[in-house]
Structure formats: C-alpha cells, structure tokens
Design a protein around this ligand. Structure first.
Ligand code: 3PG
Length: 210
C-alpha cells in the first residue's frame, strides 16, 4: 500500500463520522454504537487531551477503521499512528505532517480550500484531499468546479454537511467519502445517547447505499 492510498484503507466506507471525545470512558460504547449503526470507519479528532487514548480504544474495535483527525503537527500524527490510526486527516496542508505520515506509511489527507492548495498537495504526490470546510466554502457547486480541472483527484468533503446534504456530495464521482460530526455530537456523548448515535449513523449509512 502506498502512503496515499486512503481508498484502499477505507475499503468502500463512504460515511466518516468525525468524533470529538473528551472522556475516554465513552470510547468503547461509542465504537459499539457506530458499528451497530453500520459505520465502518471513523475519525477521532485531536481536539481533546485524551484523543490518543480514545483512538486506541476505538481502533481495537474489529469493525472500524479509525483515523486521527484535526492533526496539526507531525508529533500528533506520530501519536495518532502509535495509537492505531490507519490514516491521518488535517484541516489544512502542512508539509511536516505530510512528510511524517509518508515516513510512517499511513495515508494522509490534508484539507484544501482552493485550487492552489490542491496543487500543492498534488505536487507532493497526493491524490486524495479533504475539502474543508465544504459547506461554508460553497458546497457541491464548489466541489464540482474544483474537481473539473483535476481529474483523478478524490475528495473527502467535510464541514457543515449533514444527512440532508451528504447524498449530493456522494453522487459526485470524485467523492471518496463524506465526513461529519452530525452522527455523534459532543451533546450525544454528554447525554450518553448512544442509541441516538446508532440511529443517526444507521440513517446515514442506509441513505448512502441508495
Ligand atoms: C472536521 O474537523 O472535519 C469538522 O469539524 C467536521 O465538520 P462538522 O462538525 O461541520 O461536521
């Protein structure tokens, strides 16, 4: 597998729950709820102090391919991979993060918001990027316009996408997967609403298969 082969790692998973988990104690029931809803991949953001512990617990769930998200530094990428991350996602393009992920042999998905940023990623040999933040930037219209001059590039649009918008993105052939936090929000975790997480995940997974 090459360092950029996110498609191979995701293995057909098209709905990526983006998770911010303050309490590592909720990681196991969260993984169970996501998997029960049919999710096969997830991104644990490094926005909380115990993100690596959360990732480790979730990565042990056999049904889930788990990546590290909101990775801003090479050091976070290292901690994520050491905890079991199978891929690394950044909100933007950072050369050190990309280089370290290459060394570690994990796919890295930098965020891009413009054609120029996309060209930097291409110049670094990447072919898959996160379009972020997709909805505020212009949504599917932006995706279409940005994808047109770059055949072969795969996008993971994320940011402001919910159940109502995700199918429009998934219908575009350049979209590998869609990410979002709507299936498992901090509110769900605070309330211990794992049934709600399971229901919203199942709804998204079922709709993505249509
Ligand atoms: C991310 O880091 O990918 C985003 O914060 C997820 O975006 P959303 O919360 O708007 O779904």
């Amino acid at each position: 597998m090459t360092g950029t082969d996110l498609a191979g790692v995701l293995d057909g998973c098209r709905i990526m729950p983006v998770l911010t988990v303050p309490d590592p104690g909720t990681a196991a029931p969260l993984a169970d709820a996501l998997a029960a809803g049919g999710a096969r991949c997830a991104e644990v953001t490094f926005r909380t102090p115990d993100a690596a512990q959360v990732l480790k617990t979730m990565a042990a769930h056999r049904g889930l391919v788990v990546g590290a998200g909101t990775v801003l530094t090479a050091e976070q990428a290292e901690r994520g991979v050491a905890a079991g991350a199978r891929f690394v996602v950044s909100p933007g393009y950072d050369e050190d993060v990309v280089a370290r992920c290459r060394e570690l042999g994990v796919p890295v998905v930098p965020g891009i918001a413009t054609a120029t940023e996309l060209m930097r990623a291409l110049a670094a040999g990447l072919d898959t990027v996160k379009l972020f933040p997709a909805e505020p930037l212009g949504g599917v219209a932006l995706l279409r316009a940005l994808a047109a001059p770059f055949p072969g590039v795969r996008f993971v649009p994320t940011g402001g996408i919910g159940l109502d918008r995700m199918s429009d993105y998934l219908a575009h052939p350049a979209v590998l997967a869609v990410g979002g936090s709507w299936m498992a929000t901090p509110g769900h975790l605070e309330r211990g609403d794992f049934a709600g997480i399971r229901r919203l995940t199942a709804e998204a997974v079922e709709r993505s298969a249509r």
